[in-house]
Design a protein around this ligand. Structure first.
Ligand code: 2BA
Length: 109
């Protein structure tokens, strides 16, 4: 068995979960925040048999898309008379950041 941990964008989360559920793949959706952009994203926890890993990764791939986000740099402390124009910086995010982790034991108690 494997645990797939997938960090996806909020816009992609619902249809990814629906597509997984359609294939009888269970998932848990957790609200999360990216360390770099400090913006909300969604972490999906997906426990699957080894035989389902490829299906789950394909579904994530089909439903999670790359998008541009903008990061506005924080201005440095200015000396009197100085000014700083901060321009948003474009960052490409996604489709998804995926970890596939072996599961030692799985129990429902
Ligand atoms: P964030 O940390 O908010 O990162 C958003 C996007 O910013 C990243 O997209 C990447 O394109 C860019 N980025 C991140 N760190 C950067 C840096 N030091 N310099 C320049 N650009 C940087 P993705 O790579 O698609 O990552 C999307 C989200 O996936 C991340 O949001 C984070 O929540 C998660 N993630 C990515 N790599 C991870 C890792 N190694 N471990 C845990 N979570 C990770």
């Amino acid at each position: 068995m494997k645990l797939i941990v997938a960090v996806v964008q909020g816009e992609d989360a619902e249809r990814t979960v629906v597509a997984l559920t359609d294939k009888a793949i269970n998932s848990t959706r957790i609200a999360s925040t990216g360390g770099f952009l400090q913006q909300g994203n969604v972490t999906l926890m997906i426990g699957v048999d080894d035989a389902q890993v490829a299906d789950a990764l394909r579904i994530i791939h089909e439903n999670c898309h790359e998008r541009s986000r903008y990061l506005t740099p924080v201005p440095p402390l200015a000396e009197p008379g100085e000014f700083f124009l901060s321009h948003p910086v474009e960052v490409q995010v996604g489709g998804a950041t995926v970890f596939v982790v072996p599961v030692d034991s799985f129990e429902k108690i």
